[in-house]
Every structure is written in C-alpha cells, then in structure tokens.
Design a protein around this ligand. Structure first.
Ligand SMILES: *[C@@H]1O[C@H](CO)[C@@H](O)[C@H](O)[C@H]1NC(C)=O
Ligand SMILES: *[C@@H]1O[C@H](CO)[C@@H](O)[C@H](O)[C@H]1NC(C)=O
Ligand SMILES: *[C@@H]1O[C@H](CO)[C@@H](O)[C@H](O)[C@H]1NC(C)=O
Ligand SMILES: *[C@@H]1O[C@H](CO)[C@@H](O)[C@H](O)[C@H]1NC(C)=O
Ligand SMILES: *[C@@H]1O[C@H](CO)[C@@H](O)[C@H](O)[C@H]1NC(C)=O
Ligand SMILES: *[C@@H]1O[C@H](CO)[C@@H](O)[C@H](O)[C@H]1NC(C)=O
Length: 756
C-alpha cells in the first residue's frame, strides 16, 4: 500500500464514520438511546463506526483504533452482509437487542440478544469491547451481549480465545477473506476441546498448526515468552467452567494485537511503535518447516537442524523405507519390535519435544508421574505419557492413545515425553545405557587421576623453584603441626598475596564476621575466595590447624568448600572456592536482581540451605552450630545452588564451646541448634518476601517481619507476604508450606521449634 492509498483509506474510514454517526443520532428506536453519543467513540483508544475496506464500496459496521494514523479494524459486525449503499443505522431495540439496518429497514445484522432488558445501554469500553448492558440496576457487570464474545480476526488484550463451557460459547478467530472483504475466510483458529485442550489453526477443515498442549508455563510447541518481555503477559485457563487463552498488556498505554492473516496463512502478533508510527510484527507462526502439521507422520520427529528434517524415534523404523529416503514421510514410522501389551512394556524418555497431537489424549491434574506411568501401562492403546504441568518438579498426568503425530525436536525448551516400548526393545536400550553409564564414570575418573598426577608434579616443582628459606619455614610449620597426613593444602602467604594482587581493595569481596574476604586467582587460573582472619585472634597455630582440618572434613554440596589454609606467623587465612554469584542477600533484597530468582530457584535455594544445615547439625562428623546463618552467609554458585559459608568458624572461634555444652540451651537459645533453626526461619521469610527482617516497616502496624508474617497467616492470606517476589509462576502449595515451616521455626520456645 503506498502513501496515497493509505491516506485515502484512512479518510474513507473516517468520513463514512461521520455520516453514520448522524444516522445513529437521527434515527432512534422507540426507546431513546441513553448513551447515544458516547457509544461511538470512547475516551481512550477505540471507535465504532462504518467503514469500507480497501477498494470495495461495501460498508460495514466495525471497531478500530482511535489515535493511530493507520486504520486498523479489529472487529466487524456484518461480516457477511455488507451494506451496499450509503444507508446504515445501528439501533438498540426496546427489548434489548442490537440491530444494524439498511435503508429500507431490513435487518442486515443482529446481535440476537434474547435476554429481556428494561433499560438497554450500548457502550464501547476502553478495551475495545462493545457491550450491551441492562442499565436498570446500574450493574454494568451483567452484560446482555458483548462483541468480545464474537471475535472477527483479531484478539485484543483481555479478550478470551476459547470456551465458556457453561453456555457452550466458543470464541474463535477467522481471517478476513482478503483485505477488501471481511467475510470469514477458510483460515481459522480456536481452542479445541479434547482430553488435553489445544490451540489449533486450521486451513479449511485440515489442521495446519498446533501450539501444543499447555504445560503450566507455555504451549509446548512455541517459544517460551522471555521474562524480559515488557509488552504483555498471558494465561491459559482450563477448568470445569472455562477453557481459554488471554493476554494482558503490562503497560496499558501500549498497543498489541493478535491477528489471523489469510494471505500468509499465519497468526501474527503486532505491536504499535510510537516512534515509527507503524505496526511492528512481533511474532509470526507457523514460521518453520517443522511447524507444518504432521510433517513427519506417525512416530516421526521433526528436527529443523537436521537434513532430512524427519527422523524416526529410537526404536522405530520407516514404514516405507524407499519412500522415506526419497523424502516422502507420509507413511511415518513403525516399531522395530511390536508391543506386547500383556507382558511388561516399558518407556523410553525423549527430551525437548513439542508434545504430540492431543486429540486422543487424557489428562489428570493431580496424579504423580509414577501413577501416570502405571495408568498408561493399564491401557494397551496408551502410547506415551508425561507431566501435565512442568512447573517445579512437574505434576499431573497427560497420556496419549494411538499413533503419535506432529512431534518436533527443539534444541532448547520443549518437554519430556515417555514413549511406550516393548520389553525387548528396552533390553537393548538398557545395555546401551549401561555402557553409557560406564563411560560416564570412567571418563571423569580418568580425568581426576590425571589431574591428581598433574597436581602432584605441580606441587613438587613449585616447592623446588621457591626459595630455600621458605622451604625451611614450611618445614617448621609442618613439624609444629605434628600430623604429616594433613590432607589440606597449605598455601604460602606469597602465593595468596600474589593471587589477590597484594590484598588490593579492588579484590575485596566483603567483610565477614572474622575478617575481610578477598577474591583471588591462582597461577593455574582457579578462582578462590580468601578469608583473612583478624590478627586479634588469640588462637595458637596448632589449635587453628586442628580446627581447620575438622572443617575441611565437613564436605557437602551445600557448604562452601574449603580448599586450603595459610599460616605464617600472625597471618592466618582460609582459602575457599569462589562463588561467582556472590551471596544471597545481593539478590533477594535487590529489586532488579531479585527478578532473576523466580519461585522455583528460590525453592531450590531454600532446600539447599536446609540440606546444608541438616548436615551440619546431624549428619556430619562433628555437630556444628552455625550461629550466624543469614542471607549474606549463603553463597550462590553459577547454577544458583546455595552453599552455606562461615560454618564452623563460629565454633572455631568460640573458644571451648564443645559438643557437650551444645546440649544445654542458653537462655536466648544462642548456643543451641535450635537457634540455627530460628535463623533458618527468618531467612526463609526473607527469601519468600524479599524483605529484610531488620529494617522491616509496615505503614499499618509496628510488627517486625516475623510478626507481620504471623499476622497474615492468621488472617488467612499468607501469600500476601510473597506477592512482590514470586513472579508469575509458582507452586502455591510449596510457597504456603515454606511459610508454614518458617513460622514453626520461629516459635518463641526453642523446644517447640522442629529440628532441621
Ligand atoms: C445492493 O445489494 C442488493 C442485494 O444484494 C442488490 O439487489 C442491489 O442491486 C445492490 N445495490 C447496489 C446499488 O449495488
Ligand atoms: C427495499 O424495500 C422495498 C420495499 O420496502 C423493496 O421493494 C426493495 O427491494 C428493497 N430493496 C432492497 C435493496 O432490498
Ligand atoms: C443472528 O441470527 C441469525 C439467524 O439465525 C444468524 O444468521 C446470525 O448469524 C446471528 N447473528 C449473530 C451475531 O450471531
Ligand atoms: C508505558 O509506556 C509509555 C509509552 O511507551 C511510557 O512513556 C511509560 O513510561 C510506560 N509506563 C510504565 C509504567 O512503564
Ligand atoms: C498479512 O501479512 C503480510 C506480511 O506478512 C502483511 O503485509 C499483510 O498486511 C497482512 N495482512 C493482514 C490482514 O494483516
Ligand atoms: C483405552 O483407552 C481408550 C481411549 O481412551 C479407550 O477407548 C479404551 O476403552 C481403553 N481401554 C481399556 C482397556 O481401558
């Protein structure tokens, strides 16, 4: 469309609209139109009026965007019955129906509203929804009819695509035939109801593209919406009453719409760019070869990174090998070994898939994956199963009957699917996995061995190249330490000083309870964190070494690992592994970085801390009370696994606080394992709420965070505590359980608090 026709189009749009509006005013039904004037244009973004699309002279009643220069029609009333002259009247009848009349008073279109109304009012809402309400009781909720229930080719924000199961209403889109004719073309999309509801695009009666079943986060066949997307969010609701998709704008001043495009056979999302004053194409589906419905037929897996794109799944072979190799995949794949339903079949897990067509499927939202597997085995025509919802560690059950079609392989994203196999097929598979397992173990073992040997030679050569005087000193320390079997590497001050750039300020990570912490890099490239213990410590070298050896024996994946120590004269240092993501407090109390931690990550962190603490309290050789558990003492590795740091130091520097005395509770619980439990409770609340316990302030009451949490719990809205930090996806039961546990840990009497 060039500029000239664009302008012409816009002005037609508008001129005809003006004419029509006069008609609305001048010809009223026997009952006056109460809102006759506000009906035609709302104060924000949409207008209702008559328009003539493209080059056609036909006139339609429609809704379009108000404040943008490109005439974009989002809804059409009389799609199939255009008015072919300059007449046209929209009336609200006394009985509460909405009718479009042409000049000789024939009804061109009717809303067919049959609900009796005493005082019908027509309104165009800011959302673009044209609603007919009964003004009798001023209750605008009770709409008699709304245009959002009868979409054309466009889905607007807050508009539901899908079913009202109570009334049987199905809101679906159908494309315009062409840009001159808004009557429904053969390209449609709707949510199809079946065992597992799916969003399907059809060309005529044939399936053209599937979104894939909803998995709690997204549709398994389309890319996951990046959390950075600032334009819109969406939801998919499926319950006894409704099944629908709906999106909402994050910023109400933006414009975004989904439209079905007949010329391209595509579903497109456009967003308005205020800068260029044009619609920008934001999403276009289907956009890949493998999106084509059923391309690889039964048990074929479409992988667009492979040539040819269609591959049979493991355990399957082409039904017609000749056809398959020449690129005719229509026959699909068949099993190498037939199923034997009576004998024990099994399953092979395939990852990162778009799940198969769910027409013949069944779902259950509460079953576990094991129950799901059993359910599938009970029915000989069940061919695959997986979790219905992949949030957290997965929940629910989805199973498929009959041949599996329209599956594709993703490189990232997608979902696991367990495909049924005969026991004999599994046998050969098992041997394969055994071999794989053996390799998995053997290779790292060999690597470890090689590393040990290297390390040994490295130490040897380092020893020989350093100065003799140092050697003597080291010997002194060794003798002093008595134990020749000290497993922990002892570093020299010079090495550490070099690694930390002479303890430069720029390498300082922070100030821990017992001295400053520096980041360092050893000559071999390994990154370390160095804790330089305060000189004021009165401990002797021997005691220190013994303690360090004990700490070194505390090894657990949720404890920061001690790599070695360094003792020279007054100087005492501990060398730890370096944690690239620093400490937990830098995330949870930070508005921006906090967003990186969604609920599943937070839950993982909570579980990690609990495991680490359980180990310290109960499973380790010496029972350790941390005594300073807090967010800044929980470090995060590059995969956001939580690791407790500073453990054991508390004990080390507490003089003679030995195991015996830990059995007695001090008055404030400071020395008991139950005081760690208390700290754990506080930490839990902080992780859930993203608010510091210290410095918490609530405008309505003077409680601290703990009191506030307890208040919310008693009032029955514990989730309010978590509102800010959880993001959009979380498992309700997990959040509530964590809050519950934290409150149990925070009980006044230490004996009431549960052990880790
Ligand atoms: C308008 O449409 C009617 C019915 O299709 C047709 O009979 C009539 O001739 C048309 N009028 C004009 C002016 O095209
Ligand atoms: C308009 O109505 C008259 C009768 O009132 C009828 O003769 C004529 O055919 C109608 N015109 C159209 C276009 O339907
Ligand atoms: C209203 O009913 C008529 C006759 O049954 C039908 O042709 C028309 O499509 C209906 N209109 C709407 C908006 O459903
Ligand atoms: C919403 O978008 C408008 C226009 O892009 C922008 O000026 C405004 O700051 C945004 N508001 C928010 C809350 O992001
Ligand atoms: C269909 O898409 C093409 C480009 O992809 C675009 O030029 C055209 O305007 C679209 N049609 C509709 C009705 O949106
Ligand atoms: C297996 O499932 C199919 C599809 O739901 C069903 O028709 C069939 O009756 C089931 N068979 C058994 C034995 O339950």
């Amino acid at each position: 469309m060039d500029v000239f026709t664009l302008i012409a189009f816009v002005s037609t749009c508008f001129l005809i609209f003006l004419k029509a509006s006069t008609a609305i005013d001048s010809i009223s039904p026997s009952e006056p139109l109460p809102d006759g004037k506000t009906l035609i244009s709302n104060d924000r973004s949409f207008e209702l009026g008559f328009f003539s699309p493209g080059s056609s002279g036909n006139r339609y009643l429609g809704i379009w965007y108000k404040n943008i220069p490109v005439c974009t029609v989002v809804w059409v009333a009389n799609r199939v019955n255009p008015i072919n002259d300059s007449s046209g009247m929209l009336i609200v009848t006394a009985t509460g129906d909405l009718q479009l009349l042409s000049q000789n008073i024939t009804v061109v279109w009717s809303a067919n509203s049959t609900k009796a109304a005493q005082n019908p009012i027509l309104r165009l809402l800011n959302s673009g929804n044209l609603v007919l309400i009964d003004g009798r009781n001023g209750n605008s909720e009770a709409s008699l009819w709304q245009s959002f229930d009868y979409p054309s080719d466009t889905l607007l924000p807050e508009m539901k695509l899908g079913w009202n199961l109570r009334t049987g209403l199905n809101r679906r889109l159908s494309a315009w035939k062409n840009s001159d004719d808004p009557s429904p073309g053969d390209f449609t999309c709707e949510i199809e109801l079946q065992g597992n509801p799916e969003w399907v695009l059809r060309k005529g009666s044939k399936k053209y593209f599937r979104y894939g079943p909803w998995n709690g986060i997204s549709f398994s066949g389309v890319p996951i919406l990046s959390p950075e997307n600032q334009i819109f969010s969406y939801e998919f609701v499926s319950n006894e009453e409704e099944v629908y998709y709906m999106f909402s704008l994050k910023n109400k001043s933006l414009l975004s719409r989904i439209v079905l495009n007949q010329t391209d056979y595509a579903i497109q999302r456009y967003t308005w760019s205020e800068e260029t004053r044009t619609w920008k194409l934001w999403l276009y589906l289907p956009d890949e070869y493998c999106d084509k419905y059923g391309l690889c037929s039964a048990y074929g897996n479409c992988d667009s990174t492979q040539l040819p794109a269609c591959q049979c799944f493991k355990g399957f072979k082409p039904k017609s090998p000749d056809g398959w190799s020449s690129g005719d995949w229509s026959q699909g794949c068949v099993r190498n070994k037939p199923l034997n339903c009576q004998a024990a079949d099994g399953f092979i897990q395939f990852g990162r898939l778009k799940l198969p067509d769910a027409t013949h499927s069944w779902v259950n939202k509460i079953m576990s994956l094991e129950e799901c597997r059993d359910k599938c085995l009970q029915n000989c025509s069940c061919m695959a199963y997986t979790s219905e919802d992949i949030r957290g560690r997965g929940s629910g059950c989805a199973i498929w009957f009959g041949d599996l079609v329209d599956i594709r392989q993703f490189q990232s994203g997608g979902q696991d699917l367990f495909i049924r196999m005969s026991a004999s097929e599994l046998g050969s598979k098992r041997n394969e996995t055994k071999l794989k397992l053996a390799l998995l173990i053997a290779i790292p073992l060999a690597a470890l061995l090689a590393m040990l040997i290297l390390f040994y030679y490295f130490c040897q050569s380092r020893g020989s190249s350093e100065e003799r005087i140092e050697e003597k000193k080291e010997n002194d320390i060794k003798n002093e330490g008595q134990d020749e079997d000290m497993e922990l590497p002892v570093f020299q001050v010079a090495t550490i000083s070099h690694a930390t750039d002479n303890f430069s300020l720029s390498n300082k990570l922070g100030q821990g309870g017992f001295g400053p912490v520096y980041k360092g890099k050893l000559v071999d490239g390994q990154e370390i964190a160095v804790k330089r213990l305060s000189l004021s410590s009165t401990q002797g070298v021997n005691e220190f070494k013994n303690e360090v050896k004990l700490i070194a024996k505390l090894q657990h994946r949720n404890l920061v690992r001690l790599l070695g120590c360094c003792i020279e004269g007054e100087e005492k240092m501990l060398i730890y592994e370096y944690m690239p993501n620093r400490s937990l407090d830098s995330f949870i109390f930070d508005q921006i970085r906090g967003k990186e931690l969604d609920w599943s990550k937070r839950f993982g962190i909570i579980c990690g801390i609990a495991r680490g603490l359980l180990y310290l309290h109960q499973d380790s050789r010496l029972r350790v009370i941390h005594r300073d558990l807090k967010a800044s003492n929980v470090l995060l590795d590059d995969e956001m696994n939580s690791k407790i740091s500073d453990f054991g130091m508390a004990k080390t520097f507490a003089g003679d606080q030995t195991e015996g005395s830990t059995n007695k509770y001090a008055i404030d619980g400071l020395f008991s394992i139950k005081s760690d439990v208390f700290s754990f409770g506080v930490l839990l609340l902080e992780i859930i709420s993203g608010i510091r316990n210290r410095g918490f302030f609530h405008p309505k009451h003077s409680l601290n965070l703990i009191g506030h949490a307890w208040k919310l719990w008693k009032e029955g809205n514990p989730l309010e505590l978590a509102a800010e930090s959880l993001g959009e996806c979380f498992t309700l039961s997990e959040v509530v359980r964590c809050i519950h546990i934290s409150l149990l840990c925070l009980q006044q009497n230490p004996e009431d608090r549960p052990p880790m």
